[in-house]
Design a protein around this ligand. Structure first.
Ligand code: HBI
Ligand code: FE
Length: 289
């Protein structure tokens, strides 16, 4: 287990993104910037290689198999921070997605617009060595190592694009917080059953040494059977380990979550029902231990 005095990287990085502000200098209207891969330093590449080797080893048997397949398909084992142009050749062939560089968290509307168009916004910077285990904003390791392997899997790639569309619709009806919860409890900190065991698929956990251990081994968090209405009502803390994780039965069902539900109707149904604090859970909701 992790040492209590280590500043462990909570998977969370999503402090609410800037509101609909102007893009920073040097960024396009959609907040994208060139990756400037050739400006990455030896130290950046060293941090990538160090984090990659540690997580790849740690995740074996703890992450769903589709994640490890994605690492191979995208040839992410090659040394150094990946060049997005090279990555996009394989990724585009597999699922029509491409990774684009952004300098920071971007406004929800811009973020969802990218997802709806199969563009994944990834940080163009790498955390410094003294912050190996602490992450303020999503850097290239969180975004590329954590998110891209599953974007090479068609069902997830479609789910992510649908989430983008849902996010844009939710913004129009003032329900973006509910979509942010769905995104959070699946794409960022999702768990799934595979071969009779609970495994990781959320990028925030997969890219976090501390949360990989905590999400599967700690007795503290609740591990709840995935229930869409429960997810839409449950608050989350983006800057700490989770008090609750949701576990989907079969990872390949992830796409059905959005395909089989009418989101606007669900929001209407949940109108007036209180939010749920993630530190609470009923016995009946818990995954059988
Ligand atoms: N911006 N760059 C970036 N990366 C994210 O993961 C991100 C974001 N903006 C908003 C956001 N995520 C979350 O609030 C989503 O739930 C919308
Ligand atoms: Fe993320």
């Amino acid at each position: 287990m992790s040492h209590p005095n280590t500043l462990l990287e909570p998977s969370g990085h999503q402090h609410r993104a800037p509101a609909g502000g102007e893009p920073p200098p040097g960024a396009a209207m959609d907040w994208t910037v060139p990756q400037h891969w050739d400006e990455l330093t030896d130290e950046d590449h060293w941090v990538w290689d160090t984090l990659f080797a540690r997580q790849k080893t740690l995740l074996h048997d703890k992450v769903i198999s589709a994640f490890e397949e994605g690492l191979e398909v995208l040839n992410l084992s090659r040394p150094g921070v990946p060049n997005f142009d090279e990555l996009n050749v394989n990724l585009g062939k597999r699922t029509g997605w491409k990774v684009v560089a952004v300098p920071s968290l971007i406004p929800d509307a811009v973020f969802f617009e990218h997802l709806a168009n199969r563009r994944f916004p990834a940080g163009n910077f790498m955390r410094p060595p003294k912050q190996m285990d602490y992450l303020e904003e999503p850097d290239v390791f969180h975004d590329v190592f954590g998110h891209l392997p599953l974007l090479a899997q068609p069902a997830v790639a479609d789910f992510m694009a649908e989430l983008g569309n849902l996010g844009l619709k939710a913004l129009k009806i003032g329900e973006v917080e509910r979509i942010a919860r769905l995104y959070w409890y699946t794409i960022e900190v999702g768990l799934a059953r595979e071969d009779g065991r609970t495994k990781i698929y959320g990028a925030g956990i997969a890219s976090s040494f501390g949360e990989t251990h905590y999400s599967l081994e700690s007795p503290r968090p609740h591990r709840l059977k995935f229930d869409l209405k429960r997810v839409l009502r449950t608050r989350y803390r983006p800057d700490d380990f989770q008090k609750s994780y949701f576990v989907i039965d079969r990872f390949e069902d992830v796409l059905n979550i959005v395909r089989e539900n009418d989101f606007a109707a669900l929001c209407a149904e949940l109108e007036g029902l209180s939010d749920i604090d993630p530190k609470t859970a009923n016995e009946s909701e818990l995954l059988a231990a």
